[in-house]
Ligand binder design. Structure first.
Ligand code: SF4
Ligand code: SF4
Length: 427
């Protein structure tokens, strides 16, 4: 009698089995890690079209696996609840410690009823608030409903920690997030901030070059058609599949955690892989590493100067003057390279430098802005005020006079005298 081949999927608990029920999502977050590149302002799209397995196919395949007792299995997507048989799948899987990631837009009561009827419950779940796609009150209502429904034993509610990444925020985002934090605190919902996993080895998750490397991983990723991959990049590219869960007998064995395999796609990896603690890489010198750098500055290279000025404004408002200064210099560099007038950006830089207590550079930046056409009262007044602080009023006047009428400057100076008189000479 022929030997039965060993079960091809690693079964130790450390292996994270993930069922991507669908590639579709009803939201389109621009910081979603399921994008080919982490370009600010570019929204997530489904990474491909699939003939999704039906609920019955998922359940029949997964329930036939010898993984008991209670192997961890995450139901995810996209948004997994968009799968037409989501409740059926969740309530008919046997022998799994079920986990769920969801943006909470589904009918919680209906799914909870169905799972209760089958004596089932998710063990854990993960729900992140996405401020551009649902109002704080709506999301909080859903979070409380889920927490109180018994659908999940230990749900986790979260927000993406984008404080250091204003590239992916706008006013609506900030307003909704602040409101949610206020409401959640008042209503007693426990939440956490997640690390933003948008960079890869200090680069902007940019997929612009590949390297040969050794990789090890504890992922078992199953795509919406049931094909098995060891990482999200290979899943979304449908590359190097090990087989399909509906024909598990034909599946090649997946490497175990700690078992190294060669991959020439390093550089295109998804940012989850190593950050989650479930994977690592080894370079040609035998050095084992995970991604650690998370440098927000890398995103500026993709942004237009106007958008970078917005980023700088947000940095300045949250007290990150050094980042604001760096961003504005990057914007000026871009504008100069294109032969564009950067005067407005110089004016922003002047204000930022002043905030960073670099008065001399602030004055130089403001005078430069005015000389190149920014003659608004507040910019001129700002330059004169800094000049007064530095005892350089004559120099400032001499630089300004060719660019604005003497009468205008005299009016601004008189107004300044009322709020901040000139110090007597010698003081
Ligand atoms: S809800 Fe989640 S999966 Fe959908 S776009 Fe936003 S981050 Fe991506
Ligand atoms: S090196 Fe990157 S692309 Fe290659 S298998 Fe590992 S995670 Fe996937």
């Amino acid at each position: 009698m022929a030997d039965t081949p060993p079960f091809p999927l690693p079964t130790p608990g450390i292996h994270v089995w993930v069922a991507y029920l669908t590639a579709r999502c009803n939201f389109a977050c621009d910081y979603c890690i399921q994008k080919p590149q982490m370009i600010p302002g570019q929204r997530r799209k489904p990474w491909g079209k699939y003939q999704e397995l039906t609920g019955r196919q998922w359940v029949e395949a997964l329930n036939a696996f010898p993984v008991r007792p209670e192997h961890p299995l995450i139901l995810t997507g996209g948004e997994p609840s968009l799968h037409k048989d989501f409740a059926f799948i969740a309530s008919h899987l046997d022998g799994y410690a079920l986990d769920l990631t969801s943006n909470l837009t589904f009918d919680i009561d209906a799914v909870a009823r169905e799972m209760r009827a089958h004596g089932k419950q998710f063990v854990t779940s993960f729900h992140t608030y996405h401020p551009k796609f649902s109002s704080p009150a709506q999301w909080l209502d859903q979070a409380e409903r889920l927490r109180d429904s018994g659908l999940v034993a230990k749900p986790t509610f979260s927000m993406v920690g984008l404080q250091r990444f204003p590239h992916f925020r706008d006013d609506e985002h900030d307003r909704n997030l602040a409101k949610l934090v206020e409401l959640a605190d008042r209503r007693g919902l426990v939440y956490q901030f997640n690390e933003f996993r948008g960079t890869h080895m200090g680069e902007a998750f940019n997929r612009d070059h590949k390297y040969q490397i050794d990789c090890t991983s504890a992922w078992v990723n199953i795509d919406p058609e049931g094909s098995v991959f060891n990482c999200q990049y290979h899943l979304s590219e449908r590359k190097h599949t090990f087989g399909n869960i509906t024909r598990i007998g034909e599946c090649r064995p997946l490497p175990k955690m700690g078992e190294w395999f060669a991959c020439s796609d390093f550089g295109y990896c998804d940012p989850c892989h190593e950050n989650s603690g479930h994977g690592a890489f080894r370079d040609q010198h035998g050095h084992v590493f995970r991604r650690t750098s998370n440098d927000a500055r890398v995103y500026l290279k993709w942004m237009e100067p106007a958008a970078i000025r917005e980023v700088a404004r947000r940095y300045l408002a949250q007290g990150d003057g050094a980042e604001a200064e760096f961003a504005l210099l990057a914007a000026i560099g871009k504008q100069d390279a294109r032969g564009e007038n950067a005067a407005e950006t110089w004016a922003d830089l002047g204000v930022t430098l002043y905030d960073n207590q670099k008065q001399r550079q602030a004055l130089a930046a403001l005078l430069h802005a005015i000389a190149h056409g920014v003659t608004r009262t507040e910019t001129v007044a700002g330059a004169l005020l800094v000049a007064r602080e530095l005892g350089l009023v004559d120099h400032a006047r001499a630089t300004l006079l060719p660019h604005l009428p003497a009468a205008t400057m005299a009016t601004i100076e008189r107004a300044l005298d009322e709020v901040r008189p000139l110090a007597p000479a010698g003081v």
